[in-house]
Design a protein around this ligand. Structure first.
Ligand code: 1GP
Length: 250
């Protein structure tokens, strides 16, 4: 069995130090200036950057975004692939994810088999992740053919998360989807936290310090913030307030 790698150990250290950490998501399709965004998120206190998106398919663009971020910031770059096209050589790690509640085996094991050798060849550290989609109507839900877990059914998320743990997945990502009108509820996060022993990532629709604080308090180890960074001009201060709220919460 392979030992846990550098990025995983680094993340564990960050979580130990801060309680809940923030991984901002830079969408390789929508970011015109990934380097300056990465610098700003690093200054605001982010622990690493996620790069990807459920409908990102342009690998040249992705490669450029990863290279630009690496040149501008010191925090690790972690790929967040929506498909095999989400693998890119210069990244430090990848959320090697199985969309557990997809109805299409392609998103559970198919894309993973197709992408695995590229991950190996480029020496990217794989972080074994159960990707679980909550709610519906988002791009991740649509593209991944997910049977979204209803927001008010925390037990279903617990079942999937515990199954993920028993299958050896050291990360669970509860995803409401980018730009979701509603984020995963603190009740669902708390229910999963009670049973799941690995690193718990929560994302989708988290836009305010209060929302981030409540999810952190419920037991999220990592909070992903995407849309807030892409759209709002004055986002750096807001992100820094969200990160402070996460750290205070635990
Ligand atoms: C999406 O969870 C991430 O995959 C981030 O969501 O864009 O809504 O912050 P937002």
């Amino acid at each position: 069995m392979a030992e846990t790698g550098k990025v995983e150990n680094y993340l564990k250290g960050e979580i130990k130090k801060h309680g809940t950490v923030c991984l901002p998501l830079i969408d390789s399709e929508n970011s015109t200036d990934a380097a300056s965004i990465a610098k700003k998120v690093e200054e605001a206190g982010a622990s690493a950057v996620l790069v990807g998106g459920s409908s990102a398919i342009d690998q040249m663009e992705l490669g450029k975004v990863v290279t630009d971020i690496k040149a501008a910031a010191r925090i690790p770059v972690i790929l967040f692939p929506g498909n095999v096209t989400g693998v890119s050589p210069k990244a430090d790690a990848i959320l090697f994810s199985s969309l557990l509640n997809s109805e299409d085996p392609y998103f559970i094991t198919g894309a993973q088999a197709l992408g695995a050798l590229a991950v190996k060849k480029h020496g990217i550290e794989a972080l074994p992740t159960a990707y679980i989609i909550v709610g519906e109507g988002t791009a991740a839900w649509f593209v991944g053919r997910a049977r979204g877990i209803p927001f008010h059914k925390p037990n279903l998320a617990v079942m999937y998360s515990l199954a993920a743990q028993y299958m050896g997945m050291r990360f669970v990502y509860l995803e409401a989807g980018s730009g979701a009108a509603q984020s995963v509820t603190p009740e669902m996060v708390a229910a999963v936290r009670k049973y799941y022993d690995g690193t718990l990532i929560v994302g989708g629709g988290i836009k305010t310090p209060d929302a981030a604080g409540a999810i952190a308090k419920a037991g999220a180890d990592v909070i992903v913030v995407g849309t807030m960074i892409e759209k709002d001009g004055d986002w750096q201060q807001k992100l820094s307030a969200m990160i402070k709220a996460m750290r205070r919460a635990r």
